[in-house]
Design a protein around this ligand. Sequence first.
Ligand code: AMP
Length: 391
Amino acid sequence: MKLFIVNAGSSSLKFQLIHAHKRFDTLYEGIVDGIGRASCFFEASAGKKHTHYKKRIPKHARALKEAINILFEFGVVDSLKEIDAVGHRVVHGGEKYSKATKLTKPVIQNIEALSEIAPLHNPANLEGIYAAKEYIKHAPHIAIFDTAFHQTLPEKAYRYAVPREWYTTYHIRKYGFHGTNHRYVAHQTYNHLGKNKGKIITCHLGNGSSISAIKDNVCIDTSMGFTPLEGIPMGTRSGSIDPALPLYMTEKLNIDTNKMDTLLNNKCGILALSEKSSDVRDIWAKAQKKNKKACFTLEKLAYDIALKIGSYAAALNGLDALSFTAGIGENAWYLRRDICSYLSHLGITLDSRKNRANSTAIHDKKSSVHVLVIKANEGKQMAREIAHYLQ
Ligand code: AMP
């Protein structure tokens, strides 16, 4: 069974063709970045075949056409009829969707309606859906929602201490995001533990970051909230701050709420702390030269992440495994070391050599908690869920 996976962002489109057999091998994958800008970067590969070029690509539909052209050029398929289903990443499924869902007209209408609370994400996802439905008509199109894995949160975790009407009328609650990768990493973690039960914390630390608490394969809490702005500091997002702060600073800076929204999403987090870059690789390079702002950025990140892990260990009332994933989680060994230095009271001790090597298991023999590094793979998880849906 061949599954075409589409992840349409505001100015990018990622695609994968996955062979949904035992190992879920990727046959073809790539990215179009800069859609709508003067010049757009296209990259695709299939095994040893690789191509990349720059040109203007005005719309998602055109980006998808390029991806399909190269799919044929590489000879991965002879006809689009070989594609059995198309999977779409959809960021916001609200309270309606907790698993893979066929994109029928009413489902698409619901995703359109949810754009109200996910204005940055759902409209872009829909562009990908409209385009793919035009090109690949014979196969079912299936949505995988970023929020779905977190739909199991108990009410005490997802409700905010605000007037009830905010929830009932305006749908204000914690939704959580990155759910597909949290689900994937949880699955890999339980595989490693050799059982399907246990208390685990998954740390997705990338450009956007979120942490989830999972008990016996059920997500019980997660750090992102009504929007992906809540939680720990991220590349350019503030994470959680005093809720009075934006009100106060909107007035002080004499700006409107849109401008404040842009500031909180694009000018805060690692970028604001370091006053240099949102990329941890740059921060680490500076920190090695004893740059004070860079050292402080790493110190603050490790501290805030450790606090969240500590609070989730309390929510779980114990911890069997802690898993790191995504760009920072998989590579920044120095951050993992600093985060775990706060967690020895939970019985966490690292093997420094394994941690530096980004090995899969990085705890030492004394550690009472498994500490793992797991490569993010949303495409594979989406393919698994679609295959399960089609069974
Ligand atoms: P992601 O969102 O998972 O693609 O993660 C992207 C972020 O991961 C980048 O902005 C970097 O901050 C970070 N990152 C990627 N590679 C490395 C690396 N080798 N070392 C440290 N951080 C990295």
